[in-house]
Write a protein that binds this ligand. Structure first.
Ligand SMILES: Nc1ncnc2c1ncn2[C@@H]1O[C@H](COP(=O)(O)OP(=O)(O)OP(=O)(O)O)[C@@H](O)[C@H]1O
Ligand SMILES: [Mg+2]
Length: 337
């Protein structure tokens, strides 16, 4: 059990008139105090929906949490009233969204948005909150922070709004910061600066960070632990070094292989042949099997469970579970242990 956040068997679906499409299909993982944990996986695997489910921020969509628990300090957030949940959002758990306009209010000046939250959560006077807001804006590398306080989001560039949102999330010293692709829209220098800032937050304030990203380079730089998701479930989990040096799941191996080498231009992960299955047309068995170079008969028939090794390393793959001997003999596949 983890001492800060424990997500247990989380299932989330999008519901329309004629379909219920489960996109998070039983996600479980834990995060300890002061850890920086990365969630990686190709587009559409359910990273954002998982984080929105943790924050209970799906009400503006057709998404519904169907099952599971989100234990924060052992309290199930899914059982709380909306009023209690609102207190937790922003103060104890803050989120940086993939799209900054999700959390910035277009009709309020930047300063007002920041100051409101700071006054509410940190119980500071207006003047103190203003000074604190300017300091926070400066800490995320915003030039002319004093002037920016009087501007509206539409007057700023996308990258600048992203930084304002990061400042807003960090301003109330949350215990847990969920950062969903926080640096994707930013140039490399600013990205490095934000990553440094997050490390500093953890080192100085023991902030716990759940860092969602496509970018394995970023993961290797700041995460202590990595969770690899595919098609709505966790397929591998372990310490960052372990995962990078000894990946076990063929999907993780594919992701690592597709990392751009130093000096190459950054691009989306695309080197694994085949497509991510659509949530409404998932294959039977292991969802990665159709793209997997090691797929055996059993892989197409039955989805493996997430198996835990004694060192907290986890993987969801038949190559490392019972059946492997019989099925690999039958199929003649190599077992790459
Ligand atoms: N509001 C929504 N309504 C219906 N389906 C949605 C909605 N939001 C996400 N989905 C679907 O849920 C699945 C998981 O999406 P999610 O946004 O969590 O992926 P992701 O891993 O964050 O991808 P990306 O890396 O592109 O951000 C996808 O199939 C997506 O199409
Ligand atoms: Mg996303």
């Amino acid at each position: 059990m983890s001492d800060l956040l424990d997500v247990k068997n989380l299932k989330t679906a999008f519901i329309s008139d004629d379909e219920v499409v489960q996109v998070v299909r039983g996600v479980s993982f834990g995060v300890n105090k002061g850890e920086i944990v990365g969630i990686v996986g190709e587009s559409g695997c359910g990273k954002s929906v998982t984080s929105l489910s943790i924050m209970r921020l799906l009400h503006s969509t057709s998404g519904r949490i169907q099952d599971g628990e989100v234990l924060f300090h052992q309290e199930n957030l899914l059982d709380l009233s909306e009023q209690k949940m609102r207190k937790i959002r922003g103060k104890s758990i803050a989120m940086i969204f993939q799209d900054p306009m999700t959390s910035l209010n277009p009709v309020l000046k930047i300063g007002k948005q920041l100051v409101q939250g700071i006054m509410l959560h940190l119980k500071l006077s207006k003047e103190e909150a203003k000074r604190y807001a300017i300091k926070t804006l400066e800490s995320v590398g915003i030039p002319r922070a004093q002037n920016i306080m009087h501007e509206y989001p539409h007057q700023l560039s996308g990258g600048m709004n992203q930084r304002v949102m990061i400042a807003m999330a960090m301003s109330c010293n949350p215990e847990l910061l969920i950062a969903d692709e926080p640096t994707t829209a930013l140039d490399v220098t600013i990205q490095a600066q934000i990553l440094e800032l997050m490390k500093k937050l953890r080192d100085e304030k023991n902030t716990t960070i759940l860092f969602i990203t496509h970018d394995l380079g970023v993961v290797s730089e700041i995460c202590d632990r990595v969770i690899v998701m595919y098609a709505g479930v966790v397929v591998e989990e372990g310490k960052t070094q372990e995962i990078f040096n000894h990946p076990k799941h063929p999907y993780t191996k594919g992701l690592i292989k597709s990392m751009p080498k130093i000096g190459e231009k950054r691009k989306r992960l695309n080197a694994i042949p085949g497509q991510v299955p659509s949530p409404s047309g998932m294959p039977k068995g292991c969802k990665f099997a159709p793209r997997c170079p090691h797929a055996m008969d059993i892989c197409h028939r039955q989805e493996p469970v997430l198996k835990m090794e004694p060192n907290y390393r986890k993987h969801r793959c038949w190559l490392f579970q019972d059946h492997k001997k019989e099925d690999s003999k039958k199929e003649g596949s190599e077992v790459d242990a």
